[in-house]
Design a protein around this ligand. Sequence first.
Ligand code: ZN
Length: 313
Amino acid sequence: MGSEDLELDAAIRDYAFSWLDRKTRGGHEALTWQDILAFSQENPYGVALALRPQGIFKPRVMSAALSIKTKPEEARTDRKFVYDDGTPIDGIARYKEQATNQTHNGWLHKAHELRMPLVYFRGITQGQYRAIYPTYVVGYDAAQGDFLLDVSQTWTPGSPVDIGFAPNAVEIATRHTKRMIMSRDHQEDFRAIVLAAYGTRCAVCELRHGSLLDAAHVIPDSDGGRAAVNNGLAMCKIHHAAYDANIMGISPDYRIHIRRDILEEVDGPMLRHGLQGHEGQSLRVLPTPRKWQPRRDYVEARFDTFKDAAPVG
Ligand SMILES: [Zn+2]
């Protein structure tokens, strides 16, 4: 086995989480495979974060797995850890063990034993990953051949890696934070997918500043709108708020309409350029492929709400 240098191991994890924090704005933005590869050139330890053909990855100098990853289709079907009555326990994900490579599975068992946090690269769409860190292996379901992961923890920049922190699955099952964790996870996925589809730009004004961008729902989730890319629009905070308040509408031909009373208002440059100036303009950014664009029937239903709020013409 060689001697275990747990201090080095923790230092590398610490470095990796801080690096991811910068690259993803605290876990909010998706990474491409190229981004993940760039880590190898940008860390002083000469290690990689993941390898393309491997689901479970451990650099040679480390004692336990540093990362795991799933493809989008696997991530979508990952089953939840459930109570006896079938109620899902949120914040816990299952990760299928490798069918043929016990060495790789051993790296994850080791992370469990040492309570070492790792990075979960969850495939969200082709070539895009969301980094979930710190992820702890909190259990192993031998009957199913699944590792149980706690994906509910948050990373505090500047704090040392919390070794030995991870509670076990039973402790988590007794926590009652379910709903909150679940919805946060869905919304984070939605945001990452939509922003990636729009190249991190506002569909209305092309603003590129990630921290000022949101993923707006076309059909609001309060009305049953799905957290799917074709029910989303990347928008800056101002345009998102204007869309939600029916100050701005989008017609099924993807044109922007500003409510009549707002058009007639006289105010400073934010009103003139930020809102009035977009009247009649087409959305400036739309994703390719076409199937990622907002569904016309969703946009139309939402536009009806806008028209009802203030009849146009
Ligand atoms: Zn905007």
